[in-house]
Design a protein around this ligand. Structure first.
Ligand code: PNS
Length: 165
């Protein structure tokens, strides 16, 4: 592909090692990736971090990778993608249970912007059970999330839960 730009949208609350895996895999097929935190998520969730904190964490985790940009967006994903001339939307597919929601969103997005393509990436099998909502809950209840998030994310979670060292 010639200077292919993709958007990887999500809530990223918080970014997990599963997301990191999808980001690094995506860089094998696109030239630049915009990791975009949505201000409006389709499925309502009780949040942990503010949008800007999530963006900061993504920036910190991928500080060594110039092909990645982290940002947030409001409004429709397709409008944001079009404004950035990114015709590819990346989403991770962990299991069949993700499929219905993802397929619905993909077709809705394509009916809103026919030129867009949705690229589904399979994560490493080690990460198929991971979700931000479970990581949030485990962290909130005092479980060890070391294996599920980067050290910078873990440190910020510890602070958010009042467990600073
Ligand atoms: O990580 P998530 O919460 O599964 O990501 C869902 C997300 C952010 C990709 C989706 O909710 C989204 O695209 N929100 C932006 C608003 C929008 O375009 N809604 C219509 C989607 S078809």
């Amino acid at each position: 592909m010639n200077n292919a730009v993709a958007v990887y949208p999500g809530s990223f609350d918080p970014l997990t090692v599963g997301h990191e895996d999808i980001v690094r895999r995506s860089l094998g097929v696109v030239d630049r990736l915009i990791v975009a935190v949505a201000e409006t998520a389709t499925q309502a969730k009780s949040g942990l971090f503010e949008i800007e904190e999530r963006v900061d964490l993504i920036r910190e985790v991928f500080a060594d990778e110039p092909r990645i940009e982290a940002t947030s967006f409001s409004g429709l994903l397709v409008d944001f993608a079009r404004s950035r001339q990114a015709r590819i939307i990346v989403r991770g597919l962990r299991a069949v249970s993700d499929f219905e929601y993802e397929f619905q969103m993909a077709l809705m997005n394509r009916s809103l912007w026919p030129e867009v393509e949705v690229l589904f990436m399979a994560p490493s099998t080690r990460h198929t059970f991971l979700s931000s909502s479970l990581v949030r809950e485990v962290g909130r209840l005092g479980g060890d999330v070391t294996d599920f998030v980067s050290p910078v994310v873990k440190a910020r979670m510890d602070r958010a839960f009042g467990r600073d060292a």
